[in-house]
Ligand binder design. Structure first.
Ligand SMILES: [Zn+2]
Length: 526
C-alpha cells in the first residue's frame, strides 16, 4: 500500500538537476532560489499565503452546491489498493499515468492503477498564476571541476551524505573543491529537511571559500525560509558584495530585507535583480512590495515584546492599537503553550483599510485577513476589539507558528485546520452538511487540499476551510494536540504529509478520509 505514493515530477526534476557535476559561482536561475524558499516549486508565494475567511455565514449555498453538483470535468484514478486520486487531468505516458492537481504534476505506475474514470467531481482547481515547476529554466553549471568526476554521486550515497568521501575530498587541499563538496552536502540535507545539518555543511563550505556567492545565496535563502530573516541579511549582503552582477544575490537580499521589515530596501534590491535579469517571479515580489510601499508611506509604527505593528495614524486610536497588541501578546502565549516553539524574529503586523488591504494583497474577495509572512489585517469600521477581530488575529498568528514548526512545509488543509481550531472555531455549525458531503462522497479529497486555497471561489473556499477544520478537529479529538505537533515536526524533517500522518496517527489520506466521514456521521449525521 505504501508503495503507491505518487512520484512528484517536480521533485524528480530537481533531483536530476542535482546530479549535474560541480557548481558554478553563479546560479543561473532565480527559480533555484525560489525553489529553496518554497520547496513546492517556482512562482509560489515566498513563505506562505494563508487567508482567513470573512463572512462566515455565506455557507449553506456553497455546501448545497457541492452536494447537488454532478458537474464532471475532473478525472478519477482508482488504485488497486482501493484509494482514489482526483486529478484535474490524467494522461498515459508509457508504463505510467501522469496527472495534474492544481499546479503540481505527478506520475504513478500503471501497475498500481485499477482504472481511470473521466469525471466525478467538479474541478475546483482551475489553474492559478504560474504553472508550478513545469517551466523551470535549465540549470547549466560551468563544469570547472569536471576532472573530479560526478561529485554529487561521490558525496551522496544510498540516500545520505557520505562523510568519509567528504573528508577525503577535503584532504586534497583544494579550497574550491572542498567548498563545492560542502555545498552539495548542505543542499542535499536542506532538501531533505535536515536544517541544522545543512547549516553545518554550509558553514564548513564557507570556511574554505568565505565569499562563495552560491553558498551564501543558498544559506541566506535557508535562513529566510526557516524564519531567521535577520540572520539571513548578512549572508545575502555578503553574496551581493561577492557577486555584484548576480541577479540571484540581489533577489535573495530582497527576500531577506522584505522579511526583516525593510520593504523600501527590498524594492531597490529586486529592481536591481530585475535589471540584471528580467524574471517574472522577482517582478511579482517587486510589484507587491511597491504596492505596499505606496499604501504605507505615511504609516507609523509601534512595538511590543514580540510584534511590530504598522498602521495609518488617523485610522485607529492609540487605545485600539494597544488592545490589538495586548491581544496578540496573549495569543502568542497561548500558541506557544499549545503548539510549542514560537517564531524567532519579531512578527510584523499591518492594519489596513478594506480598500488598502485588497490594493496591496490582491487577495480573493472572500478573504478576511492574510498571513504572507506579515499579518495583514483589514480593520475598516472598527474602533475597538471585537470577538470576530480577536479570532482573526489569533488565526493569522497561528499560521506564523505553524510555518515555523513545519519549516514552511505544512499543506494548506492542515495549516487552515489548525489555525481555525485554535481561533477557536467549532465544526458544529457545518457538521450536518459536512456529514452529508462525506456520506455522499462529494467531499473535496484531502490530497486536493494540498494545493493553495487562494485560487478558490468563495463557495469552494468555504467547503475547503470547513473540511480542513473537520479533519484537524478529528485528529485533535482522537489523538490530541501532541500528535498534531508531531505531524508538524515530521513535516519539518522532510516527510511528505502522508508519511507524517502514517508515522503519527497511522492513517494515509484514504483512511483518514473514511475515519473523518465516520466521525462526522457519528457526531452530526441524521
Ligand atoms: Zn488561514
Amino acid at each position: 500500500m505504501e508503495k503507491v505514493v505518487p512520484e512528484n515530477l517536480a521533485q524528480s526534476r530537481r533531483a536530476r538537476r542535482g546530479k549535474l557535476p560541480g557548481i558554478q559561482p553563479e546560479l543561473r536561475s532565480t527559480c533555484m532560489v525560489l525553489a529553496v524558499l518554497s520547496l513546492r516549486g517556482c512562482m509560489r508565494s515566498q513563505l506562505l499565503e494563508c487567508a482567513s475567511m470573512r463572512l462566515r455565514v455565506t455557507v449553506l449555498p456553497a455546501m448545497m452546491l457541492m452536494l447537488a453538483s454532478a458537474a464532471a470535468s475532473a478525472d478519477t484514478i482508482h488504485l488497486k489498493n482501493g484509494r482514489t486520486i482526483l486529478a484535474d487531468h490524467v494522461h498515459e505516458n508509457g508504463n505510467r499515468y501522469e496527472y495534474e492537481i492544481g499546479d503540481d504534476n505527478y506520475a504513478i505506475p500503471k501497475s498500481s492503477v485499477d482504472r481511470v474514470e473521466a469525471g466525478g467531481m467538479p474541478s475546483i482547481m482551475s489553474s492559478g498564476p504560474g504553472k508550478g515547476a513545469g517551466n523551470l529554466p535549465a540549470f547549466t553549471p560551468v563544469d570547472n571541476l569536471a576532472n573530479e568526476g560526478d561529485l554529487p554521486n561521490t558525496i551522496v550515497k544510498g540516500g545520505k551524505v557520505d562523510s568519509d568521501a567528504l573528508a577525503k575530498l577535503e584532504g586534497k587541499g583544494n579550497a574550491e573543491l572542498s567548498a563545492t563538496a560542502g555545498f552539495i552536502a548542505g543542499k542535499f540535507e536542506f532538501e531533505h529537511g535536515n536544517i541544522d545539518q545543512a547549516r553545518r555543511y554550509f558553514d564548513g563550505a564557507l570556511r574554505f571559500q568565505p565569499e562563495n556567492s552560491t553558498v551564501l545565496i543558498y544559506y541566506a535563502a535557508l535562513l529566510v525560509r526557516t524564519g531567521k530573516a535577520s540572520q539571513a541579511l548578512s549572508y545575502a549582503q555578503r553574496a551581493v558584495s561577492a557577486a555584484p552582477q548576480s541577479p540571484d544575490a540581489y533577489a535573495v537580499l530582497g527576500y531577506a530585507q522584505q522579511a526583516s521589515d525593510r520593504t523600501k530596501d527590498a524594492v531597490v534590491s529586486w529592481k536591481r535583480s530585475f535589471e540584471l535579469r528580467p524574471d517574472p517571479a522577482v517582478k511579482q515580489y517587486l510589484d507587491k512590495a511597491q504596492r505596499e510601499q505606496n499604501v504605507e508611506t505615511d504609516f507609523a509604527q509601534r512595538e511590543s515584546s514580540h510584534f511590530v505593528l504598522h498602521y495609518e495614524g488617523k485610522q485607529t486610536s492609540e487605545a485600539f492599537r494597544g488592545q490589538i497588541l495586548a491581544g496578540l501578546e496573549s495569543d502568542y502565549d497561548d500558541l506557544a503553550r499549545d503548539l510549542g516553539t514560537p517564531p524567532r524574529d519579531s512578527i510584523l503586523v499591518t492594519l489596513y483599510t478594506e480598500q488598502a488591504f485588497f490594493d496591496v494583497t490582491r487577495a480573493p474577495s472572500w478573504s478576511g485577513a492574510l498571513n504572507d509572512g506579515k499579518l495583514r489585517i483589514p480593520i475598516s469600521g472598527l474602533n475597538s476589539m471585537t470577538s470576530e477581530l480577536a479570532r482573526v488575529l489569533k488565526h493569522e498568528l497561528a499560521h506564523s507558528f505553524i510555518n515555523q514548526l513545519s519549516a514552511g512545509r505544512c499543506p494548506p488543509w492542515l495549516h487552515e485546520g489548525i489555525a481555525q481550531l485554535l481561533e477557536p472555531k467549532s465544526v458544529s455549525s457545518d457538521g450536518r452538511q459536512l456529514a452529508r458531503l462525506f456520506k455522499s462522497q462529494r467531499n473535496i479529497p484531502l490530497n486536493v487540499l494540498e494545493g493553495s486555497f487562494m485560487r478558490f471561489s468563495g463557495g469552494e473556499a468555504y467547503v475547503a476551510y470547513a473540511e480542513s477544520l473537520a479533519a484537524v478537529s478529528y485528529i485533535n479529538d482522537s489523538y490530541g494536540m501532541s500528535d498534531i505537533q508531531r505531524i508538524l515536526q515530521r513535516l519539518s524533517d522532510g516527510s511528505s504529509t502522508e508519511a507524517a500522518l502514517r508515522a503519527t496517527i497511522h492513517s494515509d489520506y484514504g483512511q483518514l478520509e473514511s475515519e473523518l466521514g465516520k466521525y462526522l456521521g457519528d457526531k452530526y449525521g441524521e
